[in-house]
Ligand binder design. Structure first.
Ligand SMILES: [Ca+2]
Ligand SMILES: [Ca+2]
Length: 183
């Protein structure tokens, strides 16, 4: 008697099984879609930085930089006042060949073209910049005085970033992570 009950497959039982399988499929599909959208989100937002646009090719400071340093191949140039004097300055990331002990290698550097009130420039000493996928974001992190800027990028899939503030005319690394792996 008990055995028969166990073996009995009623229409209700089948319906429950079908609903269970359908539910599992719906959940799996929803999870898949959720993961896909997460992946898209990560791709579009990167590390959460919103990069500033490059200046046009005919930007005067950029044209003058190229004329002053013809051997420097400009990768990107972004403009903002980073010295808090009301005059827009230009950040330039460029590549150039560097020969050391007979070996020539391509180096990537960042220079700030600090525009003076008379229209002349003070160029900062070049500092290491990420090798590829570079981005610059201006962000006044403490909401006062100088506009800080974030430089981010990659090298061989390793990413890094650093936040700088112009202190006494020098782009000074306030904090960051992974820069040594991508510069
Ligand atoms: Ca300035
Ligand atoms: Ca600031």
């Amino acid at each position: 008697m008990k055995k028969n009950e166990e073996k009995k497959i009623t229409p209700g039982y089948i319906a429950i099984r079908v609903i269970a399988v359908l539910l599992a499929l719906v959940v799996a599909f929803a999870l898949h879609q959720f993961l896909l959208s997460k992946e898209e989100e990560q791709k579009s937002s990167g590390r959460g930085f919103v990069y500033d646009p490059m200046v046009p090719e005919d930007n005067k400071t950029l044209v003058d930089f190229k004329a002053a340093f013809p051997e420097r191949r400009v990768v990107m140039a972004c403009e903002n006042d980073v010295t808090d004097d009301g005059i827009a300055d230009l950040l330039v990331i460029y590549k150039e060949d560097h020969t050391h002990e007979g070996e020539t290698e391509e180096i990537t550097r960042l220079v700030v073209c600090v525009v003076q009130s008379d229209g002349s420039y003070v160029y900062t000493e070049p500092i290491p910049a990420p090798i590829e996928n570079q981005g610059i974001q201006f962000k006044n992190i403490d909401d006062e005085a100088e506009m800080e800027f974030i430089v981010a990028g990659e090298k061989d899939g390793k990413s890094g970033y650093a936040i700088y503030r112009m202190i006494d005319g020098v782009p000074t690394d306030l904090f960051g992570a992974g820069m040594e792996d991508c510069c």
